[in-house]
Design a protein around this ligand. Structure first.
Ligand SMILES: Nc1ncnc2c1ncn2[C@@H]1O[C@H](COP(=O)(O)OP(=O)(O)OP(=O)(O)O)[C@@H](O)[C@H]1O
Ligand SMILES: [Mg+2]
Length: 270
């Protein structure tokens, strides 16, 4: 835990209601949280528990019904396009479906150049920009020469996810939200991507918020864990505290679905 550090992002009574009347859904129900600078936080819960909705509120992609979000100690203000852009410089996301994350009409060069421009590199020389793009691609084991002049949809799912990490490498946000970032790729690439994200975190000190069903992954990567059920946080704390000594019945159930993560394999019954 990195308690001594500053709170980077926090929420008080954060709530999201979709629809009205009979179609009303309370997707996120008065959650409170504090995410610290440089820590890895996991939000774990079953399908429909409200994880993506919470992520969308944190990113400013959907309205907050009730409650407040604080960014670096101050009430988040994204009321104008300019403030919104400034906030997005610091808060980036990797989504479940990388296809939805790019403007498909932009070539990869433009995707990466936009990142450099957003970080104040508009006036850099062509050579310098080329160098930065090449470096970002090689960080994620992609070759820039092979990507140049291509569109994101011409890449494989795994390559596209790595391109998303290359963007993060260039943008150096304070907060990275990763909603099931490795869902589309095989276990081997999954480990590589996680390693890349962890390496990025130690290089630029960003806070990573992982959103996952996988409590084993949460234990593996996180400092802190929040367990979400029906839009509420039923339990939170350090990864050890929550996963090795769960208090809520729901957390125990999630863990029992994957007993291997903290028990020795029992081969006597095989
Ligand atoms: N745009 C929307 N309009 C209406 N209801 C929605 C909308 N998006 C989500 N919901 C509802 O809000 C609840 C929470 O959905 P959400 O997508 O946040 O869950 P999740 O935890 O991300 O699930 P998953 O693990 O399957 O991605 C669900 O009941 C869902 O049906
Ligand atoms: Mg989701």
């Amino acid at each position: 835990m990195v308690k001594s550090k500053d709170v980077c992002l926090s929420g008080a009574g954060l709530t999201k209601v979709y629809g009205f009347g009979r179609t009303r859904t309370l997707a996120v129900d008065h959650v409170d949280f504090s995410f610290y600078e440089g820590e890895v936080v996991s939000i774990v819960g079953e399908s429909g528990s409200g994880k993506t909705t919470l992520a969308k509120m944190l990113l400013g992609l959907t309205n907050v019904t009730e409650g407040e979000i604080y960014f670096q100690g101050e009430k988040r203000d994204i009321s104008t396009q300019r403030k919104r852009r400034e906030y997005w410089k610091n808060t980036q996301a990797i989504f479940q479906d990388p296809f939805s994350s790019y403007n498909i009409f932009n070539k990869i060069d433009t995707v990466l150049l936009d990142c450099i421009n957003m970080r104040g590199g508009r006036g850099f020389s062509r050579e310098r920009k080329f160098e930065m793009m090449t470096e970002a691609c090689s960080f994620v084991n992609l070759k820039f020469e092979e990507l140049t002049n291509k569109y994101p949809f011409e890449l494989s799912g795994g390559q596209m996810q790595r391109l998303m990490i290359a963007r993060v490498f260039l943008l150096k946000p304070k907060i990275l939200l990763a909603d099931e970032p490795t869902s589309m790729i095989d276990a081997c690439s999954r480990a590589t991507i996680l390693d890349m994200l962890m390496q990025l975190r130690s290089e630029i000190g960003m806070t990573i918020i992982f959103i996952t069903h996988d409590i084993g992954l949460a234990y593996y990567v996180s400092d802190s864990v929040y367990i979400m059920e029906h839009g509420k946080f039923v339990e939170s704390g350090s990864a050890d505290q929550v996963i090795l000594h769960p208090k809520a019945a729901y957390t125990q159930r999630l863990i029992n679905d994957v007993p291997k993560i903290y028990e020795e394999w029992d081969l006597s019954t095989v």
